[in-house]
Design a protein around this ligand. Structure first.
Ligand code: PLP
Length: 490
């Protein structure tokens, strides 16, 4: 077998290739926990004898539970490409398990000094990776919560003004505006690359005083990266807080950092397109960022993050309580976060992962750069097909495409595309591949794809493949070739 770089291999693997390694390391974690417990208050006696108190019910229920666990979709497998789901790295599992066993809570320093310090270190790593030389941030349970806190802090800091984001932004944005009672928000149309149309944004900026513009660095549907450089020019002209929703795409910034922490200065030295490279570079000139370790940061679910360049934004959301935050000389993250209790185990998982796989092009970047290459490969293969068309060029690693061989109306495309979806999705019995859909509202479809008539004003269905597993480049893109072959056969 060819040599596989270590960063590639720091996962359980689609065929549990690393099961033995993981078992050995999990045993080490449990042994350490047991020894720690035995050594705490050594003069106390144990409270029960495990030989006479066997947990029969646990064993019985666990067996049933484990059987049930196998009924999920195989998110670990390269044939599953439907949603943003993949294997967490091994250090994530071990980092999390270590602290799940002792259960610290990072809302206050006293609830988890070790994991609070790890969270602060992880935040520093993220700030540095995003090119913020100063600032503040913390982990959150996910991107929606991180987005919400950022807009809450901005609303209370700036007090007034309009909020703008593109029409393909994550659904959380509209929901957050509703929760925060921000009535003044506008969705800006996108262009055919699913990036915010900056002419339309500027038209709006001329009419409304902007407070907050949110730009996508990896939209949920197509992974599109907005023209951040262009938005930054508008920021100079009109003045507003620029927030980047890099929940999905932020970790691709690791590709701009070399092993020694130096900057990589040209797209040509990376697998990124010129557009994506430049926008990832421009992130450092934004005011705040949402970035999710649980998406392309190789961590399991439950890990988002919010970063602010101006630390003062946290002061407007400060809260204290008479029964906690006793260590006033130490960081008490919960005083400045929307969420209260948060698992210290999550911070630990991030910490160990980024020690093993640092936030540069040899660590996390060395893993997820493969997803960009895979996505480009699928795009190229589909470009040569007579039956399929790419919806747009992938800025990151999400490919959307549709079937065209049946004609030129959106109804005909939908019929052909949905027939594939029904065979290659969670709707099918034993599907060979599992894809999802990206559905454009009819109005957007008519505007962006005028070449297709849409007499019944139907939505436009495309197939969506999220190529966030780095395995796709292996064995000469075996799984992608197999996918295209199967698609062509139908
Ligand atoms: C761009 C973007 N922002 C925000 C979110 C919300 O993140 P979460 O599901 O972690 O709350 C997502 C989720 O897919 C996303 O893709």
């Amino acid at each position: 077998m060819n040599h596989i770089p270590e960063e590639f291999n720091t996962f359980l693997g689609p065929k549990a290739e690393n099961a033995e390694l993981l078992t050995r390391l999990i045993n080490k974690v449990i042994e350490t926990q047991a020894n720690w417990r035995k050594s705490a208050y050594p003069y106390d006696q144990g409270l029960f004898d495990p030989d006479t108190h066997t947990c029969f019910r646990l064993e019985e229920e666990l067996d049933k539970f484990l059987e049930r666990s196998k009924k999920n979709f195989p998110y670990f497998h390269p044939r599953y490409m439907a949603q943003m789901l993949k294997d967490p790295s091994l250090p994530t599992v071990l980092g999390m398990l270590t602290f799940v066993l002792s259960n610290p809570n990072n809302h206050a320093y006293e609830g988890g000094p070790v994991t609070t310090e790890m969270e602060m270190e992880v935040t520093d790593m993220l700030l540095k990776m995003c090119g913020y030389k100063e600032g503040w941030g913390h982990l959150a349970s996910g991107g929606s919560l991180a987005n919400m806190e950022a807009l809450w802090a901005a609303r209370d800091y700036y007090k007034q003004g309009h909020v703008f984001f593109s029409e393909v932004s994550h659904y959380s944005w509209k929901r957050i505006c509703t929760i925060l009672r921000i009535g003044e928000f506008s969705e800006i149309a996108v262009d055919r690359n699913f990036r915010m149309d900056l002419n339309k944004l500027e038209d709006e900026l001329k009419m409304k005083k902007a407070m907050f513009v949110m730009a996508n660095c990896g939209s949920t549907g197509t992974g599109s990266v907005d023209d951040l450089e262009g938005i930054l020019s508008l920021k100079e002209k009109y003045g507003f807080h620029l927030h980047i929703d890099a929940a999905y795409g932020g970790f691709f910034r690791t590709l701009l950092i070399d092993e020694n922490g130096g900057e990589i200065n040209s797209a040509g030295e990376t697998v990124l397109s010129e557009h994506t490279f430049r926008q990832l570079k421009a992130i450092e000139r934004s005011d705040s960022i949402t970035i999710d370790p649980h998406k392309q940061g190789l961590i399991s679910y439950g890990a988002g993050a919010v970063l602010y360049k101006n630390e003062k934004l946290r002061n407007v959301i400060l809260n204290t309580a008479p029964y906690t935050y006793h260590k006033t000389d130490k960081p008490n993250i919960g005083m400045f976060s929307l969420e209260g209790s948060r698992p210290g185990a999550m911070a630990a998982a991030c910490y160990l992962t980024y020690k093993v796989l640092p936030l540069n092009n040899a660590g996390v970047g060395g893993v997820i750069g493969n997803c960009i290459s895979a996505s480009r490969k699928l795009y190229e293969m589909l470009s040569q097909s007579n039956k399929y068309k790419n919806l747009t060029y992938p800025d990151l690693d999400i490919n959307c495409f549709y079937k065209t061989d049946n004609g030129n109306t959106i109804d005909e495309i939908n019929t052909a595309t949905l027939a594939i979806y029904n065979q290659f999705s969670v709707e099918a019995e034993n599907p060979e591949f599992i894809l999802s859909k990206f559905v454009l509202p009819s109005e957007t479809a008519c505007r962006l794809f005028p070449e297709y008539s849409n007499p019944h004003n139907h939505n436009f269905n495309s197939l969506r493949a999220v190529l966030m597993k780095h395995w796709y480049t292996m064995k000469d893109f075996y799984y992608l070739k197999e996918l295209v072959e199967k698609l062509e056969e139908i």
